[in-house]
Design a protein around this ligand. Structure first.
Ligand SMILES: *[C@@H]1O[C@H](CO)[C@@H](O)[C@H](O)[C@H]1NC(C)=O
Ligand SMILES: *[C@@H]1O[C@H](CO)[C@@H](O)[C@H](O)[C@H]1NC(C)=O
Ligand SMILES: *[C@@H]1O[C@H](CO)[C@@H](O)[C@H](O)[C@H]1NC(C)=O
Ligand SMILES: *[C@@H]1O[C@H](CO)[C@@H](O)[C@H](O)[C@H]1NC(C)=O
Ligand SMILES: *[C@@H]1O[C@H](CO)[C@@H](O)[C@H](O)[C@H]1NC(C)=O
Length: 322
């Protein structure tokens, strides 16, 4: 089969899935639909801090290498938990207000949990400690412990890390876990933050020729913004994607009047034929130029390793009538 064929299949499968998921909350398997042979069993994932750091650096280097604007690529900062505070399920990390103003792009707590007998599933909640009495809910997640070996878990700690870096008092976090046992404490724990300078140039992509410029609802075919948040797709296997958490995918919509922005000569002909014979559909607004997305995800053949890969045709750059 030709490349073009797969281009179309991939893009349409992806775009349709996004629609289906938004509309119906369907349980399709995105990994299968994207043509990835193996999709991960998230219960088995066990990525060490060392592997995470090593592969995250490679991923960020790749992004920097590809980007015209390296200022828009975050840096990785790692803060190890201080042992003294490993009591009563509390952890403290030496994160202070940043020297210069920064934006926390995302931040993850990674911890090595001890073996926990008699269960293979636990619900964990994490709170930010505000003072003696008050704590703020941060996140909740189901994790899959091992009854015989330690295992790595990770949690999204972006909001807490952000607040500490912008000057809020840092009293650490509390891990709430029914079923972890009274004296539960992690064997290791680190916070990994991806940070950007505050006033970095936001746009990772320059303005393209077909980007929409007005809010006219009846406007002609153009590229609209569409921020995709993998987590909000509510597909379990998305937990195996470490980066990016969200990305600007874009979509195409708008009218295609006569002689407006044809993708190909064929589109031009089809548009003329349509005027004479309505059985032939009119041309419609669709992606005409796409680009890949760099992905850092769990290696589906080895649950202790991460893998940097390119997923083709994930981002719309330009739209045209075709
Ligand atoms: C997870 O990885 C750690 C090493 O980082 C290892 O000690 C542990 O045994 C592994 N756990 C499982 C369940 O494979
Ligand atoms: C950076 O990109 C160039 C081409 O743009 C490529 O030849 C080189 O191998 C890349 N380096 C890394 C570290 O990926
Ligand atoms: C964990 O939470 C889910 C819902 O989020 C619930 O269905 C499940 O029963 C809970 N499991 C345990 C062991 O508490
Ligand atoms: C077809 O399209 C190309 C570029 O879109 C254009 O340069 C060319 O003149 C068109 N016509 C023919 C007959 O190839
Ligand atoms: C219109 O197009 C359809 C589909 O190609 C074709 O079957 C039909 O004969 C055409 N009608 C006319 C009037 O050309």
């Amino acid at each position: 089969m030709g490349d073009q064929f797969w281009t179309h299949i991939t893009v349409w499968t992806y775009l349709c899935l996004v629609c289906i998921i938004i509309v119906c909350g369907s349980e399709d398997n995105l990994f299968e639909d994207l043509g990835l042979e193996v999709y991960p069993d998230i219960r088995k994932i066990n990525i060490s801090q060392e592997e995470y750091t090593r592969m995250m650096r490679i991923y960020l280097d790749n992004l920097k290498n590809e980007s015209k604007n390296t200022e828009s690529i975050p840096d990785l900062l790692t803060f190890k938990s201080e042992r003294k505070s490993w009591r009563r399920r509390r952890l403290y990390f030496p994160i202070k207000q940043a020297q210069s103003e920064v934006t926390v792009d995302s931040s993850e707590l990674r911890l090595l949990a001890p073996a926990i007998p008699n269960t293979d599933l636990l619900n964990i909640s994490i709170y930010q400690i505000l003072n003696r009495r008050r704590k703020r809910f941060i996140t909740e997640k189901t994790v899959y412990p091992s009854p015989i070996e330690p295992k790595w878990w990770d949690f999204d700690l972006t909001s807490a890390t952000s607040s500490w870096m912008s000057g809020e008092r840092n009293l650490g976090i509390e891990i709430d876990c029914l079923g972890c046992g009274q004296d539960f404490h992690p064997l290791e724990a680190s916070i990994n933050a991806l940070v950007l300078p505050k006033n970095h140039q936001r746009s990772k992509r320059g303005i393209e020729r077909t980007d929409c410029r007005s809010n006219d609802p009846k406007r002609k075919c153009c590229r609209h913004k569409l921020q995709v948040d993998f987590k909000k797709l509510k597909l379990g296997e998305m937990d195996s994607i470490i980066q990016p958490k969200t990305y600007e995918a874009g979509y195409c919509r708008g009218r295609c009047p006569l002689n407006y922005n044809y993708a190909t000569n064929h589109s031009r002909i089809q548009s003329i034929v349509h005027r004479m014979n309505k059985t032939v559909p009119r041309v419609c607004c669709a992606p005409s130029k796409l680009t890949h997305l760099e992905i850092l995800r769990v290696d589906p053949h080895d649950y202790t390793k991460l893998h940097v890969e390119k997923w083709d045709n994930m981002v719309v750059l330009e739209c045209a009538c075709s």
